[in-house]
Design a protein around this ligand. Structure first.
Ligand code: HEC
Ligand code: HEC
Ligand code: HEC
Ligand code: HEC
Length: 153
């Protein structure tokens, strides 16, 4: 007899879980076209992702209006760096925001060009300078063109 009591408790818990599940899980969650392996999702989530605002556009998007900068950057040592890495997300620029940021602070460049000594990391292969010795107090873009990654202009 005493062995049956825990059994009832287990059955009661299972029943509560099943009831809670039917209340909480949205009706459109389940198996869809692509079967159990890939089709196990909530149908309305597709529309939610379609409406998701894309923040970053990539440089192909800039070329229609800023061809000069794209052309320069693409043929420079900065060719692997996305415009939006320095100018921030385009969102729906030029509608909103009309202009993207021009950040002329040394910090913009120093996050990649401060000399670090991690011999095993690719980060240390980027040419580095010591910010305390390399023209302290002056903006980097006073001497270097960011789009051409050039030695002083
Ligand atoms: C449909 C055209 C268009 C596209 C596409 C576009 N821009 Fe612009 N951009 C503009 C206009 C217009 C301005 C404002 C120009 C002005 O009045 O100086 C502007 C301003 C800017 C500025 C500020 C320039 C300054 O002198 O203050 C930056 C930086 C910029 N855009 C970067 C980008 C980047 C990066 C992309 C791609 C992710 C991009 N833009 C895509 C049209 C465009
Ligand atoms: C390494 C950082 C960096 C990258 C990458 C970069 N920019 Fe810039 N950009 C700057 C800075 C800093 C300025 C301000 C330069 C100055 O005032 O001398 C600037 C200026 C500009 C301006 C204002 C006009 C001009 O030429 O000075 C535009 C437009 C612009 N960038 C667009 C772009 C586009 C489009 C791309 C990608 C093809 C891009 N930038 C990539 C840092 C960057
Ligand atoms: C996201 C990382 C990143 C940022 C931000 C960045 N750079 Fe670079 N820079 C690189 C890489 C990668 C290279 C190519 C590898 C190399 O030559 O060191 C490079 C190359 C250069 C070179 C050429 C070095 C040489 O070989 O002679 C100069 C100069 C330079 N960057 C200046 C700047 C300036 C100025 C800024 C800020 C406006 C800046 N960089 C921002 C990553 C960056
Ligand atoms: C007053 C002008 C001036 C300013 C400001 C300046 N630089 Fe330079 N930079 C130079 C000159 C000149 C060289 C080439 C001679 C040398 O290697 O020192 C150079 C070289 C470099 C190099 C290549 C180093 C190498 O090993 O070949 C990098 C990277 C660099 N600067 C990044 C920066 C960054 C990042 C800033 C801002 C924090 C900056 N520079 C500010 C003048 C300047």
């Amino acid at each position: 007899m005493h062995i049956l009591r825990p059994l009832f408790v287990v059955l009661a818990i299972a029943a509560i879980i099943l009831i809670a599940r039917s209340i909480w899980i949205p009706s459109d969650f389940g198996i869809h076209e692509r079967g159990y392996t890939y089709g196990w999702y909530r149908q309305s989530n597709i529309e939610e992702w379609k409406n998701f605002t894309v923040k970053y556009q990539g440089r192909e998007f800039c070329v229609t209006c800023h061809a000069e900068q794209v052309q320069k950057l693409t043929s420079s040592k900065h060719k692997n760096i996305e415009c939006e890495n320095c100018h921030g997300p385009a969102l729906s620029h030029p509608a909103d925001p009309l202009k993207l940021v021009l950040d002329r602070n040394r910090e913009l460049c120093l996050r990649c060009h401060t000399n670090l000594f991690y011999p095993n990391s690719q980060r240390s292969q980027i040419k580095g300078i010591n910010p305390d010795q390399h023209n302290p107090g002056l903006e980097c873009v006073l001497c270097h063109n960011p789009h051409e990654a050039s030695k002083p202009r």
